[in-house]
Design a protein around this ligand. Structure first.
Ligand SMILES: [Zn+2]
Length: 161
């Protein structure tokens, strides 16, 4: 296993074996009906845990991907990066590196979405559709804790452009 594969498998592992707190497990074990019945404060707490849990996964992924990209950059011949297409092998490294950086960027974009959702919890605007301002059903928020739109607005979004 080379260094690149090692970094990749670490990233996968981190994503699958994220630490879970006792509280998170207790909310996770609730069925949908019980989740709907939670008092608002507990519902928000449960969502906050989901968000923070996902955030740490995405941050871990971004970190591992950036480490891999850095490694690939070191692996490439110094000063050779502009001519990678010519050498073939170096070109693959560049493509891998760009892919890693793109994946890291999208992981960080997800972190920003999560931070936005956490701010909404602080401001009391969490779980409200940004388009129609209706309360988004808890089941949708549970499945996608940083959803900005209700399903109706999400699906109808294109026609409003
Ligand atoms: Zn809506």
């Amino acid at each position: 296993m080379n260094q690149t594969e090692k970094v990749k498998s670490t990233a996968t592992k981190a994503a699958k074996e994220e630490p879970t707190s006792g509280d998170l497990i207790s909310y996770e074990s609730l069925d949908d009906a019980a989740y709907e019945e939670l008092p608002e404060a507990e519902y928000l707490e449960a969502q906050k845990q989901l968000l923070e849990n996902e955030k740490s996964i995405y941050l871990g992924q971004a970190e591992a991907l950036k480490a891999e990209a850095d490694y690939l950059a070191q692996e490439a011949e110094p000063g050779d990066t502009q001519f990678d297409e010519e050498s073939g092998e170096g070109g693959t490294t560049t493509i891998d590196r760009e892919r890693d950086l793109a994946l890291a960027a999208s992981a960080l974009a997800a972190v920003e979405e999560i931070d936005d959702a956490l701010r909404k919890i602080e401001h009391g605007t969490y779980g409200i559709c940004e388009s129609c301002h209706e309360v988004i059903p808890r089941m949708r928020m549970r499945a996608l804790p940083y959803a900005r739109l209700c399903v109706k607005c999400k699906n109808g979004g294109l026609s409003r452009r």
